[in-house]
Each structure stands twice: as structure tokens, then as C-alpha cells.
Design a protein around this ligand. Structure first.
Ligand SMILES: Cc1cc2nc3c(=O)[nH]c(=O)nc-3n(C[C@H](O)[C@H](O)[C@H](O)COP(=O)(O)OP(=O)(O)OC[C@H]3O[C@@H](n4cnc5c(N)ncnc54)[C@H](O)[C@@H]3O)c2cc1C
Length: 447
């Protein structure tokens, strides 16, 4: 009898765990399908580098889902990993690194999805010989990708020039680098290592987009090989610490970086050299790396009053604003992060105006945080609304239920940036991911 009881208890315990696992599995599968449905509604697929899942090898363990820092890009459906929110993928590649059976490889998006991107070879060279693109401008976000590409472009150029005849002329540079964000800094340091005669032209300040992050923002990165330093192993640090690290390495060498130097035009001349025209001068070089990023210039709304002094496009120091009436315009991660940052400062009354009926492309953690903020009335979100006029002391908002006038001290607009496509086209760079030179070489049997 005692043995029977023992068996019954064991079976009950086992049954409990099996049923619990089954419910958990059902809940996860339902969540995955919901994510897939949302992805289908809001996503037009991956735009750049993204995972390709080899379904036959996938064992459905979900490690890739957990590894992704962007939230619900991947999900396990019917026992296999699937991309459900491709538009959220920014190419971390951790899913591929973590997959225990190697069922994921990182690939580039299809040509149709990259029609508005400059066409690049595997060495990041554009359709113009010796004109390279590094960093986010080429379609890959993230600091580690920018650092890797900046460094690798210089290696290609240095190898090429090592076997090419020298070019005479005191004022001719081997390399001009345009932009001093992570890609431009990495390229400049590698060029110094390789003894290339180089100048870096930056319209603003060294650090690129990183220097524009909000104060003390936690930067997530991956271990990366940094020129003149070796392996940089930290995976999270503050924006200030990252900038200080870069400054430290830059001080160790003799770099020529000109800040406040906006490059207006790059063109290849008949003698095979490049002319780089900036606001204050003309430079000539054998090779050029464009490391301009994709932030471009902030997109304006064209709303009356937008030119007023209290209307901004970038927030760096949220804690400088207290006891103010603030309007944030936009529905992306930057808008939501700024709104929450300002809502936490004492006495601020923050309104967020978004033209759509719900947030669509937010990172998971931002979606959760903004939901909490709305629930606890930390800020006011007005969906289906758009500013009609900015005035000193107030803003007129066009809403679904009519026009609202709200008191206002400051406005921040986060409507994205205008990428430098015209600049690239004027330099003769072809667009789309297909490399005609490689195709032509293959057709005639060379390369
Ligand atoms: C809010 C926010 C948070 C982010 N957080 C992270 C994170 O935690 N981890 C991560 O890995 N990535 C993050 N990213 C992405 C990361 O910042 C970018 O991928 C990275 O900065 C790209 O580097 P880049 O060198 O290609 O371009 P950028 O950093 O954009 O630098 C381009 C530089 O070129 C200059 N420039 C542009 N045009 C000209 C011109 N005509 N003449 C001269 N100079 C010019 C610009 O002034 C700028 O300094 C974040 C991005 C944003 C917006």
C-alpha cells in the first residue's frame, strides 16, 4: 500500500510539472503569434543585416529569442525560431553568436529593401573606385559595426596603396575621412597606425551621434578590436566614459582632425584624385572614407513658429529643465525616451503628441516603460494629434476631437533625419545593394 501511495505522489508531482510546462509553452506560443501578427502589421521586413534561420537545423530552444537586446525580433513558432518583427533588427548578431547549433547566420536584406542605400562591395567600397563608406551610412547601425568598418576600410586602402606608385604633391592626402563618429575615429586611428597621410573633417564635434546621446546614457556595445588599443572588452558604459576612452587613445597619437568643417561636396577628378570641398577649403586625396552616419539633418515639420528659440530637435541634458510645460513631438524611441526623461524632472508637465493612434516601432523596454508612465499619469500622450502652431508660451495642437491650446515653455521635435542621399548621388555613388562591378567581373571571368 505504501508503495502505491509513493507512486501516486510521484505521478502527481510529475503531472504538476508537465501541466505547468504545457501551459507555459502554450502562453509563449500565443505571445509569439501575437508578436508575429504585430510584425506583419507594422513591419516591412529587415532593412539591413539580419538573422537568417536555417530551419532544418533549428532545435527551437529559444536561446536566440532571449539573446536579442531589441525584444521581439525573433520568436519560436511551431517549435522553430522565426523572424516576427524584422524592422526592429539592427544587426547585433547575438542571436547567431548564442545559437547552440549554429542554425543562424547574419545576412544582408534583399536588394528591394535596400534600394535607398548606397551600393557597396564586400570591402565597403562604393561604385566609385577608392571611395568607401563606413558605419551607419552603409546601413549597419551600432558602434561595434562602425568601428569594425572604419578600421577595415583603411586596411583595404593601405594594402592597395602599398602596391601602387606614389603620388607626387605636397598637398595631396592619401586619405580624407569625412565624419568623426565611431567609424571616422576608428578609421583615423588605423590610418595613423598605417602611416597614411590623412585628414579627418568633422562638421560638428568628435564623437558623432554618441556625443549627442542624453547625459549619462548607458551605451550597450560588444567587444571590439580598437585601433591603437587592442580588444575593447566593456559591454556597457556611460556615454561620457566611452567618449573619454576615445579621447585617451586619440591623444596618444598625432591625428589631424578638423572640427567645425562641413564637407559640401566630394568628387572624383579626371586625374583619378578626389576633390573634397568644405565650407572653408578644398582638399585633394587618393582615397576618401565617408563616415557621415545616417542622422543627417533633423527633419522639420514646416509648422508656423518652428523657428522660435524654444523649439529644439535634440535633448542632451534633461535635468536642465524643471518646472516647465514641455511638448514632445514624435512616436519613436528618441521621442519616448526624451519624454520620460523630462517627466522625471521636478515640476515638469510633459505632453507627447504623436500623429498615429498607437506606438508602432518602439523597443520592448521603451514600450513597457511608456505604458507604465501613462498608467501612472507621469505624462500625457495625445495620439492622433499634430502641432498646428508654436507660439511663445503656448502651442496649438490639432487633435481628433478638435483644436487644443496648451501652455508651453519648450518643444522637442523628433521626426527623424534627412539622410545625406543627395550628397552621395552628387559624388556619383550608385544606390541599391547589387554590385554591378562584381557582376561585370564575374561575367567576363575576372576578379
Ligand atoms: C539615441 C541613440 C542611442 C543609441 N544607442 C546605442 C547603443 O547603446 N549601442 C550602440 O552600439 N549603438 C547605439 N546607437 C547607434 C550608434 O550611435 C550609431 O550606430 C553610431 O554612432 C554610428 O556611427 P557612425 O560613425 O557611422 O555615425 P555617427 O556617429 O552618426 O557619426 C557621423 C559623423 O559625421 C559627421 N558628418 C555628417 N555629415 C558631415 C559632413 N557633410 N561633413 C563633415 N562631417 C559630417 C557628423 O557630424 C557625425 O559626427 C544609438 C543611436 C541613437 C540615436
Amino acid at each position: 500500500m505504501e508503495t502505491l501511495y509513493t507512486w501516486l505522489i510521484a505521478l502527481a508531482v510529475l503531472g504538476f510539472f508537465v501541466v505547468r510546462y504545457w501551459f507555459k509553452h502554450r502562453r509563449k506560443e500565443a505571445e509569439a503569434r501575437a508578436a508575429a501578427e504585430r510584425g506583419g502589421l507594422f513591419s516591412d521586413g529587415p532593412k539591413s543585416q539580419h538573422p537568417h534561420i536555417h530551419v532544418d537545423n533549428c532545435i527551437g530552444c529559444g536561446t536566440c529569442v532571449k539573446a536579442c537586446p531589441e525584444g521581439d525580433v525573433l520568436a519560436v513558432i511551431n517549435g522553430k525560431a522565426a523572424i516576427v518583427n524584422g524592422h526592429k533588427c539592427i544587426g547585433h548578431g547575438l542571436c547567431a553568436d548564442e545559437c547552440p547549433v549554429g542554425a543562424i547566420t547574419m545576412v544582408m536584406a534583399a536588394a528591394s529593401a535596400t534600394a535607398d542605400m548606397p551600393r557597396l562591395t564586400s570591402e565597403n567600397e562604393t561604385s566609385v573606385d577608392n571611395l568607401f563608406i563606413a558605419g551607419e551610412l552603409g546601413g549597419l547601425a551600432l558602434i561595434k559595426n562602425a568601428v569594425n568598418q572604419g578600421r577595415d576600410c583603411v586596411d583595404v586602402i593601405a594594402d592597395r596603396f602599398a602596391n601602387a606608385p606614389a603620388v607626387e604633391g605636397r598637398d595631396i592626402f592619401d586619405l580624407v575621412i569625412v565624419g568623426a563618429g565611431p567609424a571616422g575615429i576608428s578609421a583615423s586611428l588605423r590610418a595613423a597606425e598605417k602611416n597614411l597621410k590623412t585628414i579627418t573633417l568633422e562638421r560638428d564635434e568628435v564623437g558623432g551621434t554618441v556625443s549627442k546621446y542624453p547625459r549619462q546614457k548607458l551605451v550597450m556595445t560588444s567587444p571590439v578590436e580598437f585601433p591603437l588599443h587592442g580588444k575593447f572588452k566593456k559591454t556597457s558604459l556611460s556615454k561620457e566614459d566611452l567618449l573619454a576612452f576615445w579621447q585617451g587613445i586619440m591623444q596618444r597619437t598625432d591625428l589631424c582632425i578638423k572640427t567645425g568643417e562641413l564637407v559640401e561636396r566630394v568628387q572624383k577628378d579626371e586625374d583619378g584624385l578626389f576633390s573634397i570641398k568644405s565650407a572653408s577649403g578644398l582638399y585633394r586625396a587618393r582615397a576618401v572614407i565617408l563616415a557621415l552616419g545616417r542622422a543627417g539633418t533633423p527633419r522639420k515639420l514646416g509648422v508656423p513658429g518652428e523657428e522660435l528659440d524654444h523649439v529644439y530637435y535634440r535633448l542632451i541634458e534633461a535635468d536642465h529643465y524643471t518646472h516647465k510645460n514641455i511638448l514632445i513631438v514624435g512616436g519613436g524611441d528618441s521621442a519616448v525616451e526624451a519624454a520620460m526623461g523630462l517627466a522625471h524632472q521636478p515640476g515638469n508637465k510633459v505632453t507627447l503628441s504623436y500623429r498615429r493612434g498607437e506606438f508602432m516601432r518602439l523597443k520592448d523596454r521603451n514600450q513597457k516603460r511608456i505604458d507604465e508612465h501613462i498608467k501612472h499619469r507621469k505624462l500625457d500622450v495625445v495620439f492622433n494629434s499634430a502641432p498646428k502652431q508654436f507660439q511663445p508660451g503656448k502651442v496649438i495642437l490639432e487633435c481628433q476631437d478638435g483644436v487644443r491650446e496648451i501652455p508651453n515653455d519648450f518643444v522637442w521635435i523628433f521626426a527623424g533625419g534627412i539622410p545625406p542621399s543627395d550628397f552621395l548621388k552628387a559624388a556619383g555613388i550608385a544606390f541599391g545593394s547589387k554590385d554591378m562591378r562584381e557582376e561585370a567581373a564575374a561575367l567576363i571571368g575576372v576578379g
